[in-house]
Write a protein of this length. Structure first.
Length: 142
């Protein structure tokens, strides 16, 4: 195989992932792809762990292949869903990122990430996911 050859599906998922990360950067006014990746990964993991297994899998199926890979990384479906209040949900995200270094309230990071993802998947999927969350978390995302 020559170095010039590419596997189209890998090129496509890399492009789609970079589009999502760029959209996150633009949404928050960041100029840091690593910050966008970390925020995306942490929010997706926390959301995934809070959802029932079937809903988490249906949501994951909508994501580009590369995003899907880190979405599922470390998942323990037998432990899902983790019951979390809004404070625990926010706390779990803050345990993994320093919100001060992001210069955003954690609630805004979660809301922004989901707004960006909604542009890249079936829009009805985000609505389904929100409806499965407890009222206090769902209201934070409204």
């Amino acid at each position: 195989m020559e170095a010039k050859e590419h596997v189209h599906v890998f090129d496509t998922t890399l492009q789609k992932t970079n589009e999502i990360l760029k959209d996150i950067e633009d949404y928050f006014g960041w100029k840091d792809r690593n910050k966008a990746y970390l925020a995306l990964r942490v929010v997706l993991h926390t959301l995934r762990d809070r959802l029932p297994v079937e809903a988490a899998a249906a949501f994951g199926a909508q994501l580009p292949m590369l995003v899907k890979g880190f979405y599922y990384d470390g998942w323990k479906p037998s432990a899902a869903p983790l019951k979390m209040s809004k404070a625990e949900f926010i706390g779990e995200i803050e345990r993994q990122i320093d919100p001060l270094s992001f210069e955003q309230k954690t609630e805004n990071i979660v809301k922004g990430i989901l707004e960006v993802i909604e542009k890249h998947i079936e829009p009805a999927e985000i609505k389904k996911i929100k409806n499965l969350l407890p009222k206090d978390i769902r209201e934070m995302l409204a």
